[in-house]
Design a protein around this ligand. Structure first.
Ligand code: FAD
Length: 403
């Protein structure tokens, strides 16, 4: 293997390049990224960065000289086509880069707000450093903040805006926050926490329109209620960036389809991170996940395969979200959970929810209980058998049980 080309300079693309060198790969590495910054971490964008606790340099995975010292060519351009016959990636500037192996790590883009007025000045998505900078600038002078969508990013941003003293209103179509990802009990806990911070939450409500004269002034909910808004931040989910792969004739489902080695049907092309749909034993079927863990572990797995140490991808999924003083950590995938058991004390803001399917532990959601999270990662990786009866016993402690 003489040349690896990676399209997408985000979490997954960066990790692939770094791991290839760490694993001893000696050929050429070209990392193609269309954002103006060197590869950087996204999670702080809705947390520490907006709070001013870290700056843009602090977001970078590695400083500039890392790329030259590791012979990773970072090409700051957009890839516009994949020529599978001649194994080359065409760039917007007219150049083409040849590959022996191509890694698609194109990530995902924000779902657009499908209502009139969504294009008004002051309506933002939060995906990139550029988005965060634009939001930070507008937030400074804003009084009334409307957040559309009570998912992780929306709620993290809401907590930040509230901490900055803004009046914050979250509008969510579903009847609870983070509905796609966490248990009812966890949703209720976070809804109460946000209310406690003085954030207004409207569930079961859609947005009818955004209004203003060039610049956003208000939003109208589907029930007719009007909320004043100096800034609207939209976090209603993402869609995988599959355009390039689709045009190149690769299989697309809800993402670029890969096998358990993260390979597409074209054995010279892998797909990883937010854009990839892969078979997951933890999901009990195909999954497309949006997390740092998934992107980074995918990158490591592909690098290992390319240096001859390939194995079916089986990493346990995990995720975190920081909202106010609450650290939510999750491990496993909770879809299809039938029984939940709580350990710890929500009133003390430190507890975990254990989720079971067919009598077996499949996921754990923890708030301010990192020991449970760390233990759960090991338990789920080892496939140790833990049932709800054992976990419900008085005084049950996950860490002691796992010892
Ligand atoms: P990305 O990091 O999105 O990178 C894809 C890159 O490819 C982008 O730079 C894109 O511009 C580029 N690209 C796409 N098409 C092309 C092309 N044709 N040519 C060149 N370049 C291209 N996860 C967690 O686990 N915990 C968190 O707390 C958390 N918080 C988050 C907060 C925010 C605000 C956001 C946006 C995400 C957060 N995530 C979090 C999710 C996590 O950051 C993503 O899952 C992860 O970045 C996915 O990595 P990726 O490499 O697949 O995609």
């Amino acid at each position: 293997l003489k040349s690896v080309v990676i399209v997408g300079g985000g979490q997954a693309g960066f990790q692939t390049a770094a791991s290839l060198r760490q694993d001893g790969y000696d050929g050429a590495i070209t990392l193609i990224g269309d954002e103006t910054s060197l590869p950087y971490q996204r999670p702080p964008l809705s947390k520490a960065y907006l709070l001013g606790k870290t700056d843009a340099a602090g977001l970078l995975f590695r400083p500039h000289d890392f790329y030259s010292s590791h012979r990773i060519e970072f090409v700051n351009e957009r890839a516009i086509a994949i020529d599978r016959t001649n194994r080359r990636v065409e760039l917007a500037g007219g150049r083409a880069v040849g590959y022996d192996h191509l890694v698609m790590a194109t990530g995902a883009h924000n779902r657009a707000l499908p209502v009139p007025g969504a294009e008004l000045d002051g309506v933002f998505g939060l995906k990139t450093l550029a988005d965060a900078d634009a939001i930070a600038e507008r937030l400074e002078s804003a009084e009334n903040v409307v957040v559309v969508g009570a998912g992780f990013i929306g709620l993290e941003f809401a907590a930040v805006a509230r901490a900055k003293g803004k009046s914050v209103h979250v509008v969510e179509l579903s009847n609870r926050p983070m509905a796609r990802a966490v248990s009812h009990e966890m949703s209720e806990f976070f809804a109460a926490a946000h209310s406690g911070w003085g954030i207004n939450m409207d569930f079961g409500q859609g947005l009818a329109r955004v209004t203003g004269d060039g610049k956003v002034e208000a939003v109208e909910l589907t029930n007719g209620r009007i909320l004043p808004a100096d800034i609207v931040v939209v976090g209603i989910g993402v869609l995988p960036n599959v355009g390039l792969a689709a045009e190149a004739g690769l299989d697309i489902e809800n993402g670029i389809k890969v096998d358990s080695y993260l390979l597409t049907a074209d054995r010279s092309i892998s797909a990883i991170g937010d854009c990839a749909m892969f078979p997951s034993q933890h999901a009990g079927g195909s999954a497309r996940l949006e997390s740092v863990q998934n992107a980074a572990d995918h990158g490591r797995a592909v690098a290992a395969r390319l240096v001859g140490k390939g194995a079916p991808y089986a990493a346990v999924p995990w995720f975190w979200s920081d909202q106010g003083d609450l650290k939510l950590q999750m491990v496993g995938l909770s879809a299809g959970a039938e029984v939940t058991v709580r350990v710890g004390d929500p009133d003390a803001r430190s507890f975990s929810i254990l989720l079971f399917r067919r009598g077996q532990l499949i996921a754990v959601e923890s708030v301010n209980r990192p020991a449970d999270f760390m233990t759960a990662r090991k338990v789920l990786a080892s496939r140790a058998s833990l049932g709800p009866e054992t976990a419900s016993a008085k005084g049950f402690d996950l860490r002691s049980w796992a010892l």
